[in-house]
Design a protein around this ligand. Structure first.
Ligand SMILES: O=C1O[C@H](COP(=O)(O)O)[C@@H](O)[C@H](O)[C@H]1O
Length: 265
């Protein structure tokens, strides 16, 4: 039976406004989760887009550094490149330099994927970390409170790339995904884990993303080609924080910058 997913998108003027909106969203969602259950387990993506947001969260001139309940957070990673944590391509390195070095998160609150290990081992170890931290039994799946995704211009999300085995991985929590088109491996949360999160949002900016985003939301369902289409959260709602360039091919938002779509899957 077809399922309806309520998609909301919020369009911001440019990269700075988008980063501010994302920082606000992280803060709101973390506060909400801490108020409800005493902690917030947050999973973040890498790449280039979230960098400005992380810098804002750590900036002493902004409200976020003071307002964020840092001591109640646990920070996890959605995916990692198969490189050491010091490598320029490491998602952990980007996050550490932009935010972790400057905020009061203790090392025991941060759970990185060990990209320096062989990919299968890094995935197995991260899966064990998640099992321990979330006290999972059997086939249980972790439920992050907030999970932020990006999207590549090829329609990939996390490290689930077009036409890769990660699209079909349903059993594991964390997967070592071979990505022939990049001649590399990646380590990634699997999509059945991603969709369980209490709040899932995409953070997407730039004109290169306009066409793939339009196809993800309004094109034919073809997750082999557009893995971002796999993200159909269990909570039934999906939020996209966008800049004008990324949103250029979507229906025009209202005066406050909000747009809505209902997609059938
Ligand atoms: O390779 C990756 O790409 C996506 C998108 O990154 P962006 O630079 O286009 O924002 C990212 O979400 C993922 O974490 C990363 O490993």
């Amino acid at each position: 039976m077809a399922k309806t997913i309520a998609v909301e998108y919020r369009v911001h003027d440019g990269p700075d406004a988008l980063a501010h909106a994302a920082a606000e969203h992280f803060l709101e969602q973390a506060q909400k989760s801490v108020a409800a259950k005493g902690k917030a387990r947050i999973a973040v993506s890498g790449g280039s887009t979230p960098k400005r947001t992380f810098e804002l969260l750590a900036n002493p001139k902004e409200k976020f550094l003071q307002a964020m309940p840092w001591e109640k957070l646990e920070l996890y990673f959605v995916d990692e490149r198969t490189v050491p944590p010091t490598d320029k391509d490491s998602n952990y390195r980007m996050t550490r330099e932009a935010m972790l070095d400057k905020v009061p998160l203790k090392p025991e609150q941060v759970f990185r994927i060990k990209g320096e290990l062989p990919p299968e081992e890094a995935a197995a170890r991260y899966e064990s970390t998640l099992r321990n931290q979330f006290k999972l039994e059997g086939a249980e799946v972790p439920r992050f409170d907030v999970l932020a995704l990006g999207m590549g211009d090829d329609g990939h999300t996390a490290s689930i790339f077009p036409h890769t085995a990660g699209i079909h991985e349903l059993a594991r929590l964390v997967y070592a995904n071979q990505v022939p088109q990049k001649d590399t491996w990646r380590v990634t949360l699997t999509w059945p884990v991603i969709i369980q999160a209490g709040e899932v949002f995409f953070l997407i900016g730039g004109k290169d993303k306009a066409d793939p985003l339009h196809r993800v939301l309004q094109g034919q369902y073809d997750p082999e080609t557009l893995p971002s289409q796999l993200i159909q959260p269990k909570n039934g709602k999906l939020l996209f924080l966008l800049d004008k360039d990324a949103a250029a091919l979507l229906p025009a938002p209202d005066a406050s910058g909000k747009g809505k779509l209902e997609i059938q899957r």
